[in-house]
Design a protein around this ligand. Structure first.
Ligand SMILES: [Mg+2]
Length: 230
């Protein structure tokens, strides 16, 4: 792997601790708007339902079945509705507030900063992310991640997202690299790993549990493990 000079990282839940940051932002909104009273649930129950709904809506969004504008508020509208609380206006307000609050949260995935310091002198580091443009930029700046990366590719700006092969080809073009110099590191098996493999890149899956028995990519459970490959 040491001959692979271009390392492409996913952002959410690979470097930026999306789950933790998102929960923190939602807890803030949950308390501010007295959702415990309106919905009759604890935050834990609420967030479990929300994360499920959000995941399903992101799936639909990534397959172009719903628009970004719908995803933004529907995830809250449907969660409220699940708890028999109808409030379209509040769903729209949360859509705005959530995107205002969450990108300013700065929890990183364990070992992220240390790893980037370790890799930076010998590799060209880049980002490929499917997140929303207006929040990804803020996250990178707030967490002081930006200086580590030579190229930051936000799929929304290019009209094509992971796992589409085109985004990996675009990444090669932008970084003037060839497929066998590139490695993708990410937490999403379909978008990051299968996408990269399909573009003839190497891929490293960051996940608590191995997702399959396939041998064509590497599985790690902690970011620190990457050091042994580079
Ligand atoms: Mg991710």
């Amino acid at each position: 792997m040491k001959n692979r000079k271009h390392l492409f990282f996913d952002l959410d839940n690979t470097l930026w601790d999306f789950n933790k940051n998102s929960r923190e932002a939602l807890l803030q909104l949950f308390n501010e708007h007295h959702i415990e009273n309106h919905c009759g649930v604890s935050f834990e129950e609420f967030i479990t339902v929300y994360e499920n709904i959000n995941h399903q809506l992101w799936e639909q969004y990534s397959h172009q079945k719903i628009a970004k504008s719908e995803l933004r508020y529907q995830r809250f509208y449907q969660t409220f509705q699940f708890f028999k609380y109808q409030n379209l206006a509040l769903s729209h307000q949360w859509a705005d507030d959530y995107l205002k609050i969450s990108p300013y949260k700065t929890h990183l995935v364990e070992g992220a900063m240390d790893l980037l310091h370790y890799l930076k002198p010998n590799y060209q580091l880049h980002i490929i992310t499917n997140g929303f443009k207006e929040v990804q930029d803020i996250k990178l700046k707030q967490c002081l991640l930006e200086p580590f990366f030579q190229t930051i590719i936000i799929s929304e700006e290019h009209g094509v997202s992971k796992p589409d092969k085109q985004i990996f080809e675009l990444a090669q073009e932008l970084t003037q690299s060839i497929a066998n110099e590139c490695v993708m590191i990410g937490d999403n098996l379909e978008a990051d790993i299968f996408g990269a493999l399909n573009a003839q890149w190497k891929a490293i899956h960051l996940a608590e549990h191995a997702a399959s028995q396939l041998n064509d990519y590497i599985h790690i459970t902690k970011l620190q493990e990457l050091k042994s490959f580079f």
